[in-house]
Design a protein around this ligand. Structure first.
Ligand code: SIN
Length: 546
């Protein structure tokens, strides 16, 4: 396999970038499950942008910086917010149908979410992500220059010596990836590779993320030698449905934006105790408040009550949430919804510059996989779809700007995948057991509120699990489940090490031993030492220095 542009992931970032690159060269999009198995497809709230007359770019910038707890890159924030309105209009031109409101100056019905001082979230009721994915996939499928390959997992990046235009000279560059299909691993060579494989919610027992969210992009990029930034900032969404048969169904923040209040099991609202913005405080504050209420009252959940709104409004604005809750016997027009926080969004990721370029020549990172500097220590609601389209556009512009040099570059010969004397894995339990252990360990020891003692214990246990997975990886033929487990383990260690490194409480990272912010904000940046793609327990130990 070979192409000009290899794109790993089929969410909003990967598809938007693929469509733009297809204007200059051949594109292959690989996705390890079906094309719609993406976090984008599950996004409910919408895309934040300044679309209304009374709103201002300055206000969106201020809200983003406020949420980010001193760690946003202000220039990046201004750039993303500034590009926002144009990118939203571009989505509309592609065919995305946001809900309209003729009475508003923007022409759109705009939602409100926590941390925003204005209504500025364009939405398709509570199915915004699905609508965006539908429109983008339609365009991608009908584009003759794009090949979209489902059930194609990626194992590792292809690394060789040499330079790439637009990057500093020296070191190794990325020339594609080892791709696995039907149990066979083959190199797919590319002139430019983009990792847009989403986040890592699956390291936690409870998450709003789809099953694909195993941090593959971050793990592959880190193994290949890329800088990874701020992995301690895992965003927990305050309101995931609490029901034994619905483990990861999100109750959109837009529900609170339309007036829902959080109440305890005694029926009393509690957010006023924590923040004057109450239910519309930023997510870090609301998730921690819920965690505290649950711990103090010994309850398994709290409740979100929207019953004060008209039933017809609720059914029309939140048809999916209404229907899904009703199917579990909860009529949200009449009764409060049981909710708990759950892992939702990785604010850290592969460090990029303002064009989406990583520290590895030839490798771009986009969407949740990337850490661009927009979100800082806590992402503002609905800024992620925005970041994805803005950076997809910027990265594609960068590729076009170097295309005259790139198109004449020769794809180098690369090594075939080496199996050594591996054999078939006969006991899947060896993999499944570790999946379960990691997710429980991360939830209980590296969750919303952390302590040095629990982090240290988590590190010890994770290193043991990591070493065991390393042995399986050497001994057996790789399977999709094993590849994901290996990536989960590496991401878990990166999260733990980053969390231990940050001796303060800031944004989403709350450490009971260090409850205050340090006076000077710093970014946590890790880069592995040693040979690319080697699979050795030491790579974590040796690499996690700022
Ligand atoms: C939500 O609808 O609450 C999720 C939106 C987001 O994560 O930005």
């Amino acid at each position: 396999m070979e192409c000009n542009f290899l794109v790993v992931g089929s969410g909003i970032a990967g598809l938007s970038y693929a469509l733009k690159c297809a204007g200059v060269g051949s594109v292959v999009v690989v996705t390890k499950k079906k094309d719609i198995d993406t976090a984008t497809n599950l996004a409910q709230g919408g895309i934040a942008a300044v679309l209304e007359e009374r709103d201002t770019l300055g206000s969106h910038v201020a809200d983003t910086l406020g949420a980010g707890a001193g760690l946003c890159d202000e220039t990046v924030v201004e750039m993303v917010v500034g590009d926002g309105p144009e990118r939203v209009e571009e989505l509309v031109r592609i065919g995305v149908e946001f809900v309209r409101d003729r009475g508003s100056s923007s022409g759109y019905s705009l939602g409100r979410e926590g941390g925003h001082s204005h209504r500025r979230v364009a939405h398709a009721n509570d199915l915004t992500g699905r609508e965006i994915e539908r429109a983008l996939l339609g365009k991608v499928r009908s584009n003759g220059n794009i090949k979209l390959l489902e059930e194609h997992g990626v194992v590792d990046l292809l690394m060789v010596g040499g330079d790439v235009a637009g990057w500093e000279r020296g070191g190794k560059r990325c020339v594609g990836a080892y791709v696995m299909v039907d149990g066979v691993v083959e190199p797919c060579r590319a002139k430019m590779t983009a990792v847009c494989s989403g986040g890592v919610g699956k390291v936690y027992l409870y998450t709003t993320n789809p099953d694909i969210a195993t941090g593959d992009g971050v793990a592959m990029a880190f193994r290949a030698g890329a800088e990874v930034q701020n992995m301690e900032f895992m965003q927990f969404h305050p309101t995931c449905l609490y029901h034994p048969e619905e483990k990861n169904f999100l109750i959109s923040e837009a529900v609170r934006g339309e007036g829902a209040i959080l109440i305890g099991k005694d029926g009393k609202p509690f957010m006023e105790k924590y923040d004057p913005r109450k239910e519309l405080a930023t997510r870090d504050t609301v998730a921690r408040a819920i965690d505290k209420e649950m711990k103090e009252t010994g309850s398994d959940c709290v409740y979100l009550d929207i019953t004060k709104r008209e039933p017809d409004f609720i059914k029309e604005r939140f048809p999916t949430i209404y229907g899904r809750c009703l199917s579990q016997g909860i009529d949200i027009t009449k009764q409060p919804i049981p909710v708990v926080p759950a892992a939702h969004y990785m604010c850290g990721g592969v460090r990029t510059d303002r064009m989406g370029k990583t520290s590895i020549p030839g490798l771009i990172a986009l969407g949740e996989t990337a850490c661009t500097g927009l979100h800082g220590g806590n992402r503002l609601a609905s800024n992620s779809l925005l970041e994805a389209v803005v950076y997809a556009d910027r990265a594609a512009n960068f590729c076009r700007s170097i295309w005259s040099k790139l198109k004449d570059s020769k794809l180098p010969l690369v090594d075939e995948w080496q199996c050594g004397d591996a054999r078939d894995l006969s006991e899947e339990i060896l993999i499944n057991h570790n999946w379960d252990s990691i997710r429980r360990l991360m939830w209980n020891y590296v969750g919303i509120v952390r302590s040095i003692e629990r982090l240290a214990l988590a590190k010890k246990r994770m290193e043991f699990i990591y070493a065991e997975i390393a042995l399986h990886y050497k001994k057996y033929y790789v399977t999709p489940n094993m590849i994901e487990l290996r990536n989960l383990a590496l991401n878990s260690l990166l999260i733990i090490q980053s969390a231990m490194h940050r001796r303060e409480s800031r944004g989403l990272h709350f450490l009971i031993d260090y409850p205050d912010k340090l006076p000077f904000p710093s970014q946590t940046i890790f880069k592995r030492k040693g040979r690319s793609n080697s699979w050795d327990i030491k790579i974590i130990e040796e690499s996690c220095n700022e």
